[in-house]
Design a binder for this molecule. Structure first.
Ligand code: DAH
Length: 339
């Protein structure tokens, strides 16, 4: 038994020396010290040793067990430390690598321009309203002084839903909706989508307008002009000037078309303004007294001004965009320029 103990000792210490991983060391522990390990098995055999030899054998066996245990513990500490270092090296984070960024979206140019315009009018005390896109003939035309079969209907190429309903051709019907339900003073702007059977580089069958309406005592063309001059300065630049040209709309009297000095050449004349220095931006006028009366407002006590502008047109002028279709194609290369 003595030789057996010695040989187990040297085999075990060699195995410990050669082990390079913690799982290898664990195998060694099981092989020698486990429940049915080689040392443990010898312990069980002690009973078969003669009474005289038993204490010495027991001690020798115990000494070897202690030696193997401490060799295992020492080597395990070394191996676990180097395994930890290797794991840390493998998991190391390079803090100098550039971070991952997510692509940032931006507002559509028409949304940007709408927000800009509304902000200017909110600053002048107007509130914002919206209305239906499928509109009755009554509001879209009749209450705006365009009777059925009147030649003025030809001014707007209309999509008829049926005899009594149309896709609204302008945001002006909201003037009638508001005046039939609200008594002055009224100051309101109405953004919205409108529809016309019309399609070329500067016209789209679906486009956007913003309507403006102010009704109060003593409203004059001077109020209209001052309001739109302020709008033009804030929307384009402080040196922008406006001019009013006589025009015709059934719902205003007198009616005007409003031009601004060209945002590109500042009035000197260029390709965008076709050499004139002026660009038309909207239609406007003094609310026709007939419209006030049809909507239940006393035209002897009250007067008003109104205007309607095309959002696409303003955006095209402001950003120098040559074709209206660019707004609807959703080409990211176009859209991301408005970041
Ligand atoms: N509704 C007209 C259009 O679509 C624009 C317009 C002109 C609106 C004069 C107005 C106005 O309110 O007073 O062409």
């Amino acid at each position: 038994m003595k030789e057996k103990i010695e040989s187990i000792k040297s085999v075990a210490l060699l195995a410990i020396e050669q082990a390079t991983t913690s799982s290898g060391l664990n195998d060694v522990r099981v092989r020698f010290l486990g429940k049915s390990g080689e040392i443990t098995s010898l312990m069980k055999l002690l009973g078969t040793v003669s009474k005289e030899e038993r204490p010495a054998m027991g001690k020798a066996l115990n000494d070897v067990r202690v030696q193997i245990e401490s060799a295992l513990d020492a080597k395990t500490a070394v191996v676990e430390e180097s395994e930890k270092q290797a794991r840390l090296a493998a998991e190391a984070v390079d803090v100098t690598l550039p971070g991952k960024t997510s692509a940032k979206g931006s507002l559509h140019p028409l949304t940007l321009v709408r927000e800009d315009i509304l902000r200017v009018f909110l600053g002048m005390g107007f509130s914002v309203a919206e209305g239906p896109e499928i509109e009755s003939d009554l509001y879209n035309f009749q209450l705006l002084n365009v009777p059925k079969d009147h030649p003025a209907r030809d001014m707007q190429d209309t999509f008829y839903v049926n005899d009594n309903f149309v896709l609204r051709t302008h945001t002006s019907p909201m003037q009638a909706r508001i005046m039939t339900t609200t008594q002055p003073p009224i100051r309101v702007v109405i953004p919205g989508r409108v529809y016309r059977s019309d399609d070329d580089a500067s016209h789209s069958p679906i486009f956007h307008q913003i309507e403006g309406l102010a009704v109060d005592k003593h409203i004059t063309v001077g109020d209209l002009e001052g309001c739109l001059q302020t709008f033009a300065e804030q929307m384009f630049s402080s040196d922008t000037r406006i001019r009013l040209r006589p025009s015709y709309f059934p719902f205003t009297e007198p009616s005007v078309e409003v031009d601004v000095t060209c945002a590109i050449c500042h009035g000197k004349g260029c390709r965008v303004c076709k050499g004139t220095g002026w660009v038309e931006i909207l239609g406007a006028g003094i609310v026709n007294p007939a419209v006030l009366e049809m909507c239940g407002i006393d035209s002897k006590e009250y007067s008003g001004f109104a205007f309607g502008l095309g959002l696409e047109r303003i955006a095209m002028i402001k950003y120098g965009i040559p074709n209206i279709k660019l707004f609807y194609e959703n080409d990211v290369r176009f859209l991301e320029q408005f970041n």
